[in-house]
Design a protein around this ligand. Sequence first.
Ligand code: C5P
Length: 229
Amino acid sequence: MTAVIAIDGPAGSGKSSTARAVAAHLGMAHLDSGGLYRAFTLAALDRGVPLDRGARIAALARELPVRLVLGDGGFFPEVAGVDVSEAVRRPDVTAHVSAVSALSEVRVAANDILRDAASLHPLGVVMDGRDIGTVVFPDAGLKVYLTAAPEERARRRILQEGRAVTADALAAEAERLVARDAADAGRSIAPLHQAGDAVPLDTTRMTLSEQVQAITALARNAFPHLDIA
Ligand code: C5P
């Protein structure tokens, strides 16, 4: 079976950057499951499908199709044959993705795509999201739950988007992140929470390379047969 490292946690906790770097270090593929939920949301927004119609959104995703494609460093989302890695970061997608990802038909369709994608890679995947260790891969060989203080998460998100880090921008971004976390943690299906067997990692005061080192050390223990340096 493919080795799976599940990295879950709230918005802006650094999951994707860390998961990408860990995957590169270990020769595995990175898969950002949030990007897939964003691709479902983008497809629905751009084709005018009401955002509360889970069955219609799932059917649209099958038709177009919405897919995950294995590129050089990892998987990226595609809609109707077009790479949407950049488009899924649009503010209107971010504003609506929690509502779309709370729909059961959307989650069933997304989980199929995530599990199929993971089975494609010979060595393994580092998958980040909200429910990877709890629902998508409950038997993942390693589960990590990343957190960071809201202000630090807001700062990272602003820098990632190339904006100026002002007090106002920080406060507004922190508010948006906390609201999205509340929606993700409060939904009835696959809510955001730490799996009982996940290792918690507070990254507030950690650099990216410290995070990668910490997770690599955990992976070395979890996958002794992979001979990780
Ligand atoms: O990780 P990112 O912030 O891009 O995720 C966007 C949204 O996708 C999350 O706020 C959440 O609503 C949804 N999501 C999810 N389950 C996952 C990954 C993301 O519901 N495994």
